[in-house]
Design a protein around this ligand. Structure first.
Ligand code: E4P
Length: 214
């Protein structure tokens, strides 16, 4: 499974790239706003740092303006993926961009039917938001399971990005369900590595090493 970093923070991206485990980046308007930087220069910097796909979301709400935004971002670099919200205008945008060979990530997916329509319109990726479903007492991973089975049943080649990942279990379950990608925040990336027995074991090895005559 590929791992994307869900952030617009340059330091986090640089650190995660150095760990050698990051295949791409996803951003959204909230993550961009958190950085307090000018939008286009920030996006350009992210795109130049990351060799893999970088999702950049359109913020217009009508077809013409979304297409204009998408075409502007697509010119910045080859690895841009245009993030488009799932709605009727969004589907038109996905169809148009797919005909122009511009990659799309259809976002805010909360049902299997939304994912199927996005795939039919030509989406490169769909992003089911598992954490936000869990937040309202649903089962986000069940949605990923449904989408995966439907895409396999009908041989859609749209890839599933498990998004709104909150903890290591989401990450492991994503792989058990054969999701294509999980996009995770930097803080969760650290949690994937953490185990108390590793810390205790390391402490013991180091304290025993102190006793060795050198
Ligand atoms: C990624 O594509 C999404 O924008 C992101 O994972 C949403 O995560 P959140 O629900 O933690 O905001």
């Amino acid at each position: 499974m590929k791992i994307f970093l869900d952030t617009a923070n340059i330091d986090e991206i640089k650190k995660a790239m150095d760990y050698g485990v990051i295949d791409g980046v996803t951003t959204n308007p909230s993550l961009i706003a958190r950085e307090g930087k000018e939008f286009i220069p920030l996006v350009k910097e992210i795109l130049s740092l990351v060799p893999g796909p970088v999702s950049v979301e359109v913020t217009a709400t009508n077809f013409e303006d979304m297409i204009a935004e998408a075409e502007k971002y697509a010119k910045i670099a080859d690895n841009v993926v245009i993030k488009v919200p799932i709605n009727l205008e969004g589907l038109r945008v996905v169809k148009t961009l797919s005909e122009k060979n511009i990659k799309t990530n259809v976002t805010l997916i909360f049902s299997a039917s939304q994912a199927v329509l996005a795939a039919k319109a030509g989406a490169t990726y769909v992003s089911p938001f598992v954490g936000r479903i869990d937040d309202i007492s649903g089962d986000g991973m069940e949605l990923v399971d449904d989408i995966k089975r439907i895409f396999d049943n009908y041989a859609y080649d749209t890839e599933i990005i498990v998004a709104s990942v909150r903890h290591p279990l989401h990450f492991v379950q994503s792989m058990l369900l054969s999701a294509d990608i999980a996009t995770i925040p930097f803080s969760t990336l650290g949690k994937l590595l953490k185990h108390p027995l590793t810390d205790i074991g390391m402490e013991k090895f180091l304290s025993d090493w102190e006793k060795v005559k050198k």
